[in-house]
Design a protein around this ligand. Structure first.
Ligand SMILES: [Zn+2]
Ligand SMILES: [Zn+2]
Ligand SMILES: [Zn+2]
Ligand SMILES: [Zn+2]
Length: 182
């Protein structure tokens, strides 16, 4: 498989991964609304999700084995955006939710400029991953609004406070979309 970088997450350095803490707040700090009124709590926003939308199961048949632990996991196809045009590459990136192995498929994959790690807030250098916790540039923890499990996903615009992402929860196997607000 094509890859530009492989590494390992130090999940103990990143708050919010895995099962929720017993004292976890219902909403991100600074949000007045709570999740009870038809909103899903995303990384930095609340997103309206009416009950009528139903739930979408993950497409588990499309998951591929982690290079380290061989568990099938959701991956993100690398893409390059230029002038509003999206081109998908023949490579995939992921952070394994089971063993923390990381893979960056392509060095160029349309994540915004970022100076601070979204996982542990350490300053980033020019490398593809955080030197302190191993999290890939452009990736962050998303909490599943259905089972509250914390999982690392790509949030390519989080540096500009847009928490667009797709979470395929490995615990409850439901897909959650957080839409781009850019
Ligand atoms: Zn793994
Ligand atoms: Zn970090
Ligand atoms: Zn879940
Ligand atoms: Zn966006």
């Amino acid at each position: 498989m094509v890859h530009a970088f492989r590494g390992q997450l130090r999940a103990d350095r990143i708050p919010g991964i895995g099962a929720p803490a017993a004292d976890a707040p219902d909403a991100p700090v600074g949000h007045e609304l709570d999740a009870s009124a038809g909103y899903d709590v995303m990384a930095t926003t609340l997103q309206w999700r009416p009950d009528s939308e139903g739930v979408e199961a993950v497409e588990k048949h499309a998951w591929t084995p982690c290079h380290e632990c061989a568990q099938p996991i959701p991956t993100r196809r690398d893409r390059v955006e230029r002038g509003g045009e999206l081109r998908e590459l023949d490579s995939w990136s992921y952070v394994c939710p089971f063993c923390g192995a990381t893979q960056l498929g392509s060095a160029e994959n349309s994540v915004d400029e970022q100076s601070v790690c979204h996982g542990c807030t350490a300053a980033l250098d020019d490398g593809p991953a955080c030197g302190a916790c191993g999290l890939l540039r452009g990736w962050a923890v998303a909490r599943c609004p259905r089972c509250q499990h914390g999982q690392v996903v790509c949030m390519p615009h989080l540096a500009v406070m847009c928490d667009a992402y797709m979470l395929q929860c490995v615990t409850c196997e439901i897909v959650t979309y957080s839409f781009c607000i850019c």
